[in-house]
Ligand binder design. Structure first.
Ligand code: C2O
Ligand code: CU
Length: 495
């Protein structure tokens, strides 16, 4: 047996070069979503470990917390139409990559090891070309040892601003990052992030809950009677929440960054929105009077979990003498992502299932193939296989192969994909490189179609999504990170 360390050294020596699996026919063109003339913003990004008092003041400090640019949940922000050129440096002791979740980047900047790039060794650099063609709330995270690195905090937020939104007149903006910590509460040390027990079921949960990194739910002041824009993200590896607000005056105005006709919570079943890992919503909340509160909860747990309290204040910034007026949710400018032609779309059916049956395997890769080397060397591959899509699982452990693509699609053509979850657990399914339209669900009947990059699938539910395919090699996976690391991932090739 060759040790993992020796393999890591081998990968480091090979260096980090962008490559695509060429053994599988024509390699797709890496298409840019902004013109060459787009304004460029160059920025330095690094990932490194640091110490963090995750258990709160007076408690043992946690070592090995991971953050970008030394800032927990670093937030990048740029106007729509900007091109970010991100000079990334890996200061972690392990391999990593950066994936720009929900952003329509050229696929060679998608950060998926090993299909769009080799993993970036410790101490090495990689430059990402990240055009920002669509306004909205996105995030970025590693796509290599996700369970371990995201579990230890490696998540950044990305807001793409639309100057046209300024006239909507929000008085305040506040982020709610749902992310638990898996810690030994006595000594503050990390516990094992991947467990067979969790990975084969609902996932391994954290031991302490937190909002924005704090185990004490934040209290935030906001202008009394003012309009607050909440940007909510489940950045946890495992947890699914039922997001709800203790007020009638709240509406979802964007899902996964994409505007929709405002969806008041009062019109939603149980007045909640279910959000699995990676899902985001923008919420317009109208504040009550001075001293009054709006509490925001996760109602999924037996005992509702308080995520954040908003407190109305007469503060600088609030318009003086403001009174309560009827709540009318603010509509964002309509999303401009490429839309599918549903009538002419071809149909594809995917089953999300356990890996109990026989697995359709791809061709084993020759051991000296750079892709094979990267696959085995990277912690980008999990150690066990529990899940599959259409009887095919992403490689894990000694399973040295790249599965064949789930489908080969045509650039620019439209597709309707039905996703049926035949397991006992929820799976938030994410497709890279595309914003899709969620057309229908066999279980949730009264939700109008909306745009998203991640869609929840419940046990025995069939969800239909539609999209216009963009050239590239794109993965499609469950965003419960242990699930993707144990087989629940496939890829499509679009040429
Ligand atoms: Cu945020 Cu492949 O995912
Ligand atoms: Cu899953």
């Amino acid at each position: 047996m060759i040790s993992r360390r020796a393999l890591l050294a081998g990968a480091a020596a090979a260096g980090a070069v962008g490559f695509a699996p060429s053994a599988l026919g024509r390699v797709p063109a890496s298409v840019d979503t902004l013109p060459k003339s787009a304004p460029v913003r160059r920025l330095a990004l690094s990932a490194a470990e640091m110490e963090m008092p995750l258990l709160g003041p007076g408690k043992p400090v946690t070592k090995g917390f991971c953050a970008y640019n030394g800032t927990p949940f670093l937030t990048l922000r740029a106007p729509v139409g900007t091109r970010l050129m991100v000079d990334f440096e890996n200061r972690l002791p392990d391999l990593t990559t950066v994936h720009w979740h929900g952003v329509r980047v050229p696929y060679l900047s998608d950060g998926v090891s090993p299909i769009t790039q080799a993993p970036i060794p410790a101490g090495s650099t990689f430059t990402y070309n990240v055009p920002l063609p669509d306004p909205g709330f996105y995030f970025f995270h590693p796509h290599c040892d996700e369970t371990g690195q995201v579990g230890r905090g490696l998540v950044g937020l990305l807001v793409v601003d639309d100057p046209a939104e300024a006239k909507l007149g929000f008085d305040a903006e506040h982020f709610i990052v749902v992310k638990d910590w898996r810690l030994d509460e006595k000594d503050g040390r990390w516990l094992e992030m991947f467990t067979d027990e969790g990975a084969s079921t609902a996932g391994t949960f954290g031991t302490v809950r937190a909002t924005n990194g704090s185990i004490v739910p934040p209290r935030v002041e906001a202008p009394a009677y003012g309009d607050v824009r909440l940007r909510v993200i489940v950045a946890d590896s495992t947890r699914t929440i039922d997001f709800g607000c203790e007020t009638e005056d709240a509406a979802i105005i964007a899902i996964d960054g994409q505007a929709l006709t405002p969806l008041p919570f009062s019109k939603l079943p149980n007045e909640i929105w279910r959000m699995g890992p990676a899902m985001r919503i923008d919420v317009h909340v109208r504040m009550p009077g001075p001293g009054e509160e709006v509490k925001v909860y996760d109602y999924r747990t037996a005992e509702p979990y308080l995520l954040t309290t908003l407190v109305g204040v007469d503060a600088p910034g609030s318009k003086p003498g403001r009174k309560k007026t009827a709540f009318r949710p603010k509509a964002l400018p309509p999303a401009k992502v490429p839309l599918p032609d549903v009538k002419r779309a071809s149909r594809i059916d995917y089953l999300v299932q356990t890996a109990a049956g026989p697995i359709v395997s791809g061709d084993p890769l020759p051991p000296d193939d750079p892709l094979a080397k990267a696959l085995i060397a990277s912690a980008c591959v999990g150690s066990k296989t529990f899940w599959a899509i259409n009887r095919n699982s992403w490689g894990a452990g000694a399973d040295l192969r790249l599965p064949p693509p789930l489908a080969t699609l045509k650039d620019g053509a439209s597709y309707v994909v039905s996703i049926t979850n035949v397991t006992k657990h929820v799976h938030p399914m994410h497709l890279h490189g595309h914003v899709f339209r969620v057309l229908s669900s066999s279980k949730k009947k009264d939700i109008p179609p909306y745009l998203a990059d991640t869609v929840m699938t419940e046990p025995n539910e069939t969800v239909e999504i539609a999209f216009r395919a963009t050239s590239g090699d794109w993965v499609f996976h469950c965003h419960i990170l242990e699930h993707m690391d144990s087989g629940l991932m496939g890829w499509i090739r679009v040429v």
